[in-house]
Design a protein around this ligand. Structure first.
Ligand code: PMV
Length: 310
């Protein structure tokens, strides 16, 4: 019998990069875009191998040959942590989440796969265990991840996250209507995180205050989300974007999309995730949504996805 596991994409609303240094950040799931894995366990006579088919690249994945953004390395690590012997099983993996674009595709694929394996093998796993497994696989690709991606994806709730602290779910007083604009440029988070690290080590007295201000924005944004103050929340997004520019993780296309969104009536806009490419987000209202979406496409977005945070 085939068993299905899925996991949502995510966006970071506030605090990326500073979160690596222990400052708070806010992330929300994007439940309409998902990764899915279906797993079937064979009777021992049928096969003694784990066969994995990656639908999006139309390829069988060998666990001995790490390639395709390290998918096989993630799967290998997840299997080891799950304590699952890869004998006699077949898995198909599919994801609607664009790769290396700040939407958490790697973490979502691993979470979906681990969920399916756990169900197929009747090996019960709680969210905390899954979160720890996905975090470990994130470490293969990102070096020193803060843990925000795996956490928001595994719990699939808006969260206020601070490294080393309890995860705090957030409830929004008003629905937040967000447009996600994709630059179409894939940019590895590992590189932008490493560049910020270099910047920080070379000039801590200049970089520390920027990280601190980003942390304060994340902190105050939580209260604004919980009280429904969308106007000030939008301003916080613009301020957070400017600070990310100072950290050198924005790019011409991200800036163009953020500017275009604001000119077309968005309450605020910023890059989301590692930066340098990938996605940006804009806070809109029902009456500005269409105009902002059209303007983002005119300004070069390859795709615009709408999501609602409730
Ligand atoms: O995976 P991305 O591109 O959404 O970025 C994750 C956010 C960072 O703060 C840049 C890195 C981290 O580990 O928190």
């Amino acid at each position: 019998m085939k068993v299905l596991g899925t996991a949502a994409a995510k966006i970071i609303l506030f605090g990326e990069h500073a979160v690596v240094y222990g400052y708070p950040a806010i992330a929300v799931p994007v439940s309409t875009i998902r990764a899915a894995a279906s797993v079937e366990l064979f009777q021992s006579s049928q096969s003694t191998e784990l066969q994995i088919f990656a639908q999006d690249i139309n390829q069988w994945i060998s666990l001995d040959d790490p390639h395709e953004d390290g998918l096989s390395a993630s799967i290998q690590r997840a299997l080891t942590l799950l304590g699952f012997e890869p004998a006699g099983a077949s898995a198909t993996i599919h994801s609607d989440i664009p790769l290396a674009s700040g939407l958490g595709s790697g973490a979502a694929v691993t979470a979906a796969f681990a969920r399916a394996v756990s169900l197929a093998s009747s090996h019960y796993m709680n969210a905390e265990t899954l979160n720890a497994i996905v975090y470990e696989t994130e470490r293969i690709h990102h070096g020193t991840p803060s843990g925000i991606d795996n956490t928001v994806i595994v719990y699939e709730k808006p969260i206020y996250f601070r490294r080393g602290y309890e995860i705090e779910p957030i409830r929004s007083a008003l629905p937040l209507m967000l447009l996600i604009g994709d630059t179409g440029i894939s940019a590895p988070t590992k590189e932008s995180v490493a560049d910020v690290r270099r910047l920080y080590e070379n000039n801590p007295s200049q970089i520390e205050p920027i990280l601190n201000q980003i942390g304060q924005i994340a902190e105050s944004s939580r209260a604004l989300i919980e009280s429904g103050d969308l106007i000030r929340l939008g301003r916080n997004m613009n301020d957070n974007h400017r600070l990310l520019q100072e950290l050198t993780v924005s790019s011409t296309s991200l800036d163009q999309l953020a500017d275009a969104a604001c000119v077309a009536g968005a309450l605020g806009a910023k890059l989301s995730g590692g930066g340098r490419g990938g996605n940006m987000i804009a806070l809109v209202q029902p009456d500005t949504r269409q105009a902002v979406s059209e303007e983002l496409l005119r300004a070069g977005a390859v795709r615009v996805i709408e999501t609602m945070v409730t």
